[in-house]
Design a protein around this ligand. Structure first.
Ligand code: SF4
Length: 450
């Protein structure tokens, strides 16, 4: 008998796009198993939390989400998966817990079913009402995920896990070794997204340039195959390590039909000494050369760059060097993260802790540098016409979207549009005007072609 049939579930996701795509897949699998998703205000039999542990703040948010769901859905089975593993405290009376290791997300319905059968034994002691899916070293497979949820664009997971072991990062421990779906299976998912009306797909993964570890295929061949999928008009590559972003990939994106002039490349530090402490696989000279290569082939590309400030060992002098390097780089935006001490990482052995005040101060400096970079990128295109994909609007009478090279555009209803809904998920040509009032987008004029 299917013990899941007729049950009701609620889902909560923290962290990255990958987690969101995976939760959406879990929800689909649960639906196939006969589990309904509750509507707002409903009470669930099963709560599934997909956690994140990238920083201490993420840990704390994951803990809070679990407590909130326990309060709102008393008696429900709590299923916790993802990168954060909460401390194993005995459940309160009547509670059942299932901790699913992040590497086994693909088996959640099966694991819940098995746990439900165990928990249905009325003679079970309270302390035994916690079940761990984890069998260390057990099956680590690639769990496919492609979802758009409430968003306009789709997120297609092409790769999972990481073999790099940067000293500050817990992801290789939480998600396991690098693995991927086959090109044929990913093309099929992209075709399905196109069949559902999807026009833009973001390729996601943990270290996507490392694609091919399990299938022996190449990332560039995946891009070539996806570019041929009819109906998908835009692809973006979510984030790719600089040493894996080859000249061949950049050249392909420059000439491709649907890959957008948009790259997201983690730098992490602009100091060679800090990069060495982080065990990153390049130095600043290599990184600067990579940005120069992108600009040579795709001058109008948006280049977003991740940076961590306050890493152990980052002295005032090293930070100043890093800042000067970042200032000179012709990139479009910095995404700034403060270094967070993660249990079990090699970084904890590095001397030279940076105080929280200094981390904050450094983060503010890079944020303000990032604002300047973003303004410079946007200002170049004022007065030009670029294609914009319009997205679900949260404000009445206003539409938002992004150009091919990732400029956020705002269009007001004063421009001859009767029904904004009709334009949702549509790519239109927009003349880019000046900055909007909030200063977070360029105001755009729709070019209506007769
Ligand atoms: S490349 Fe480094 S930072 Fe990125 S997931 Fe792998 S170990 Fe973590």
């Amino acid at each position: 008998m299917n013990v899941l049939k007729g049950k009701k579930a609620v889902y909560y996701t923290l962290g990255c796009k990958l987690n969101f795509a995976e939760t959406s897949t879990i929800e689909q699998q649960m639906k196939v198993a006969g589990v309904e998703t509750i509507s707002k205000g409903g009470v669930a039999d099963i709560c599934i939390v997909n956690t994140c542990s990238v920083t201490e703040v993420a840990d704390s948010k994951s803990r809070q989400a679990i407590s909130r769901l326990r309060r709102r859905h008393p008696g429900a089975m709590m299923v916790v998966t993802g990168c954060y593993r909460p401390p194993l405290t005995p459940p309160s009376r009547g509670e059942n817990y299932l901790f699913v290791d992040g590497k086994q997300k693909g088996d959640i319905p099966k694991l819940i079913e098995a746990a439900m059968r165990t928990f249905s034994n009325s003679s079970l002691r309270e302390e035994d009402r916690v079940s761990l899916s984890l069998k260390d070293g057990g099956g680590v497979s690639f769990v496919p995920a492609c979802a758009c949820g409430e968003r306009t664009r789709y997120f297609l997971k092409v790769q999972d896990g990481c073999d790099y072991f940067c000293t500050y990062c817990t992801i290789p421990y939480a998600r396991g070794r690098s693995r991927n779906g086959s090109i044929a299976s990913l093309v099929k998912q992209a075709e399905e997204a196109a069949g559902q009306g999807g026009k833009e797909i973001v390729l996601t993964g943990v270290n996507i340039g490392d694609f091919g570890k399990t299938t022996g295929e190449k990332f560039i061949d995946l891009l070539r195959a996806l570019d041929k999928v009819e109906g998908i008009e835009r692809y973006r590559i979510s984030s790719i390590e600089p040493n894996l972003l080859t000249e061949e990939i950049i050249r392909f994106c420059a000439e491709s039909r649907a890959f957008m002039p948009h790259f997201h490349i983690p730098l992490q530090s602009g100091s060679d000494e800090v990069l060495r402490l982080m065990h990153r696989r390049y130095d600043t000279k290599f990184f600067a050369g990579k940005i120069e290569e992108v600009r040579r082939y795709i001058p109008d590309a948006f280049i977003g760059v991740d940076v961590i400030v306050g890493m152990r060992g980052e002295t005032d002098e090293l930070f100043s060097q890093a800042r000067a390097f970042m200032e000179a780089l012709p990139v479009s935006q910095y995404h700034v993260f403060s270094y967070s001490e993660r249990p079990g990482t090699k970084a904890l052995e590095i001397p030279g802790i940076v105080s929280p005040e200094k981390k904050h101060e450094r983060s503010q400096q890079i944020l303000s540098l990032s604002k300047e970079k973003l303004r410079t990128h946007y200002n170049i295109y004022i007065g030009q016409t670029r294609p914009v994909m319009l997205e679900h609007s949260r404000e009445v009478g206003v539409f938002h979207g992004f150009t091919d090279n990732y400029i956020r555009v705002e269009i007001n209803s004063k421009f001859k549009i009767n029904s904004f809904r009709a334009f949702d998920n549509t790519i239109v040509n927009v003349r880019l005007g000046g900055w909007n009032e909030k200063g977070d987008a360029l105001a755009g004029d729709l070019i209506i072609e007769n």
